[in-house]
Design a protein around this ligand. Sequence first.
Ligand SMILES: N[C@@H](CCC(=O)N[C@@H](CSS)C(=O)NCC(=O)O)C(=O)O
Length: 248
Amino acid sequence: MSGLVFRQLFDTTSSTYTYIIGCAVTRLAAIIDPVYEKVSRDVKMVNELDLKLKYAMNTHCHADHVTGTAALRSATGCQTIISKASAAKADMYLNDNDIVKIGNLNLEARSTPGHTDGCMTFVLHSHKLCFTGDALMIRACGRTDFQQGDARKLYHSVHGRILSLSEDYSVYPAHDYQGRTQSSVREEKLYNPRLTKSEDEFVNIMENLGLKYPAKIDVSVPWNMRCGPTEVEDKEIMADIAANKPPA
Ligand SMILES: N[C@@H](CCC(=O)N[C@@H](CSS)C(=O)NCC(=O)O)C(=O)O
């Protein structure tokens, strides 16, 4: 990928993908959807790639893991970013169609609500990549039964803002639970078992997913509304997260 330094990292506990996107010329970088317990790994990787972290961003206020964005700011001096519509705390807030400049790279922020109101998909047109968070997953999509979940909104977000990209765009989600790493707009248009259906059928599927609530929802949402802990992988905080104890 000419001009781009790109890594996909995985957290086995929450099945979260974290992405590093770096400009090969200026060495400036952004990290998307970092996990609190993995911040040391991420800082090491950024350093080994000879990058300087400019932004730590979230696609949305996650409900299943605590974000590493504020800890990355403490460790590297980067700025934290989330959508304005998320109502979560950060240094910078994104609105629909905003562009995040990372050296010579331009990352477009597309509002894709439905899993939460503040969900954004980040699109790197120069390299035909999109980071879909929990809006579009591989052969799946984000659930719509809590936070501000709305299946009809999600259906229109995914069709209007993601599957409308050209078919050769690669799709990188925030999670996969079956070991898959990436997809494409073409594959999801053809094979997504939910989004290939009519809107009404999609709503029916989403109302009957029968998923348990994420184990860490009660600790993740309050932390993520404040950008996560500022301490880097603090043992007591990690023990509290493991014990489902929300921030004071
Ligand atoms: N078991 C996991 C939570 C799994 C889950 O609910 N995943 C979410 C995204 S994280 S809020 C989702 O939208 N899943 C959709 C799907 O079809 O799997 C846990 O306990 O954390």
